[in-house]
Ligand binder design. Structure first.
Ligand code: CO
Length: 428
């Protein structure tokens, strides 16, 4: 089977987006290439009817929009939201240290990764570094896309029950990454700074601070008897970011104002200036609607619709007891509507029906998911953004295996289905 263009493009998008800062940057580059205009929160906005714009906050969150052809108060906003961050390991500020001749990097756990999946893999580092310049300071993106660090497993001879009890890693003492042999000469921090400096082409003395994430260096791939699956890092939630972006880029003179919002910090609760719990989305909507009076602004919001796109748990036949037996989500079975009575997901009967209608219009299948009643249910940016804006919303996502593993799996057809459904939303 030939690889659909949308899936090759997704694999490229992920390869270029090993950290939330890279994901926002990749998104910005693609928007600029397609004629979107970057506007700054610090400047006065002079938006033109039919215009295509985007705005960034904190380097890792971005909102892109196409102004609709009809009055905002009559059509409202159509908003799709996803998140740029993925769970994993982040370097501590004073990361480098030598232990009995071995050079290591100390890490913190970001969000809820499956830690065991970080062992014995070709790991790189990616993120942003603040450097001193002649005119002050600036932030540079950094990506080591070659195997630079590693978390070697303990041999089974010293961990005899690993297959019976599972791999457990002490977060403080057993997660530091191996960077090299300490040897004589330069002390650990100096050696690490020299590595960063060389990569950035700056003087080590000018490196001020950093946000660096551990990333996988292996590219995404297709697998399965008919190449029906995608394996890649960060499918949660870069697959949704890519689908939202692709759909927005295809929006052609829409009646309603269409937005795709990409937020950092979902994996740690979204409560930050850049996160979905912050003011970024409401500030942006308010500025787009600034020409309207208060009454029309409220009318615009009341006519709006928010689609929260995040990955969904696909049925795994090896672990039937983990799933709600009446809600088996199948790989390549189409977008999934996620529902939870306790509002961990924001979906209601009305908004679910609305999304079903979009899938119908797009000619794609649609599935429904509910978590087991005896298991705690995860959440998304859906309920938070819906509450903040006070607009109807639905939680949806593409099926995924191994959520929060360093290498997750999704369905090839599902990605095209999700793009088609989101395109239908932006074609209203
Ligand atoms: Co997610």
């Amino acid at each position: 089977m030939a690889t659909p263009a949308s899936v090759s493009d997704l694999i490229e998008f992920i390869a270029a987006s090993p950290s939330p800062w890279h994901a926002a940057d990749t998104t910005a580059r693609r928007l600029l290439a397609r004629g979107f205009v970057r506007i700054e929160e610090t400047e006065r906005w002079k938006l033109v009817a039919g215009g295509r714009y985007f705005v960034m906050r904190g380097g890792s969150s971005l909102i892109a929009f196409v102004l609709g052809s009809q009055p905002l108060a009559e059509t409202g906003f159509t908003l799709v939201g996803a998140h740029t961050d993925s769970p994993g390991l982040r370097l501590k500020p004073r990361a480098a240290h030598a232990s009995e001749g071995v050079l290591r990097l100390g890490v913190e756990v970001y969000g809820g990764p499956i830690l065991a999946t970080f062992t014995d893999r070709d790991l790189g580092l990616a993120g942003r570094v603040s450097v001193r310049t002649a005119s002050g300071q600036e932030t540079r993106l950094l990506h080591f896309d070659r195997p630079l660090v590693r978390l070697p497993n303990l041999a089974i001879h010293m961990n005899r029950e690993v297959n019976e009890k599972g791999l457990k890693l002490d977060k403080q003492t057993e997660l530091p990454l191996i960077l090299g042999i300490a040897g004589e000469g330069a002390e650990p921090t100096a050696r690490f700074l020299a590595l960063l400096a060389e990569r950035l082409g700056v003087d080590a003395a000018d490196i001020l601070s950093w946000d660096l994430a551990v990333c996988d260096t292996q590219q995404g791939s297709l697998w399965g008897a008919a190449d029906e699956f995608i394996a890649a890092p960060q499918l949660d939630n870069l697959a949704s970011c890519h689908a939202a972006l692709t759909a927005l880029l295809a929006a052609n003179d829409p009646q309603a104002t269409c937005l795709a919002a990409f937020f950092d910090h979902e994996e740690v609760g979204s409560e930050s200036a850049t996160g979905a719990g912050g003011s970024f989305v409401s500030d942006t909507l308010a500025r787009i609607a600034s020409g309207l009076d208060e009454e029309d602004r409220r009318r615009a919001l009341a006519r709006s619709f928010f689609i929260s796109a995040d990955m969904a748990h696909a049925w795994h036949p090896n672990f039937p007891a983990a799933y709600e037996p009446q809600h088996k989500v199948m790989m390549n079975g189409g977008p999934v509507i996620k529902k939870n009575a306790n509002q961990r997901y924001t979906t209601g009967a009305d908004t679910a029906a609305r999304f079903l209608g979009l899938c119908e219009k797009a000619g794609v299948p649609c599935q429904q998911y509910a978590h087991r009643t005896d298991l705690g249910c995860g959440s998304t940016i859906g309920p938070m953004v819906a509450a903040r804006l006070g607009i109807p919303a639905v939680d949806v996502g593409s099926p995924l295996w191994a959520m929060h593993s360093l290498r997750e799996s999704a369905g090839v057809q599902d990605h095209g289905y999700m793009i088609a459904a989101l395109k239908a939303a932006f074609a209203q």
